[in-house]
Design a binder for this molecule. Sequence first.
Ligand code: BJW
Ligand code: ZN
Length: 278
Amino acid sequence: MDATEDTNTSKQYALFHKILRESKHVAILSGAGLSAESGVPTFRGPGGYWRRFVATQLATPEAFKENPSRVWQFYHYRRNGMLTKQPNPAHKALSKYRRLVDSKQAGETTTFTVITQNIDELTPRDVDPIEMHGSLFRIRCTACGRREQNRDNPICEALRGTEDIEKEEANIPIEKLPSCSGCGGLMRPDVVWFHENLDEDIMKRISDVLRECDLFLVVGTSAIVYPAAGFAERVKMKGGKVVEFNIEATMDEEDVDMRFVGPCGQTLPKALRVDGME
Ligand code: BJW
Ligand code: ZN
């Protein structure tokens, strides 16, 4: 059953605090659960649908090729929805902990890296997150590869109003979907879909982080999508510790050293000892 409150014991937190203070290189892998308390739907939860479609089935190059109008409406819906979403206490805890590390008040900890699978940009910019699956607010040309940041809402006139899922799905011709200001090609969300390779530089940065990481926190992810699903094992194989934060136990017992079951907006600030900080 999903936990709606923090039922972890003070003994468990005390043990974790000791491990945290003694760890030199702390890294976090976050997933959709990190943003759940901000009201952003997760993929494999009840909100993992857009209209009658399973969200992960729209997050593929095949779906975009077959029906770019539908896939753009799905992303427009999510971009539009983000207008009313704010970082929650778990996101804020990351900034606060970064401040502790930077001011050398975090024991032995000298590096703190946040790797996120989320594309919502709710992870505070001051933790310089590695956004391994891209961003909802970046687009890229399918013809020339040109990338741009874009927060326009709607991103093009034809998508205006299509966020209303009570209305029938629109059938937008390609010429009316977002196009490249350089070559006129069709733009797509600059995110990583299933069966697509992740950016090489990002993977290299992540490998460097995992190589030296001695404490890896897996926060709000079902940890089933590769390559992220393999990160904890890589840390563990090198002798690092892995701690899961989730509303339910998702990782196998033998793959974690500890877990905090409960909403990460409650558990993470307490675990990082930043809950009293402004
Ligand atoms: C809370 C909470 C609260 C809720 N507090 N917790 C090896 C084996 C098998 C398959 C593969 C493999 N290697 C590669 C593959 C194929 C594929 C894959 O992994 N498939 C799996 C399904 C098995 N991987 C890929 O295709 C990747 N590419 C790749 O590897 O390239 C090489 C290659 C090329 C060709 C062929 C094969 C390999 C790319 C993966 C890209 C994933 N993209 C998406 C969409 C991004 C854009 C978008 O958002 O639209 O990324 S899919 C989706 O899943 C999204 C997410 O980032 C990702 C992970 O989901 P996440 O974040 O874990 O969300 P949920 O909903 O699953 O979980 C939420 C969790 O939070 C739950 O556990 C809740 O309990 C919890 N929770 N509230 C704490 N308050
Ligand atoms: Zn172009």
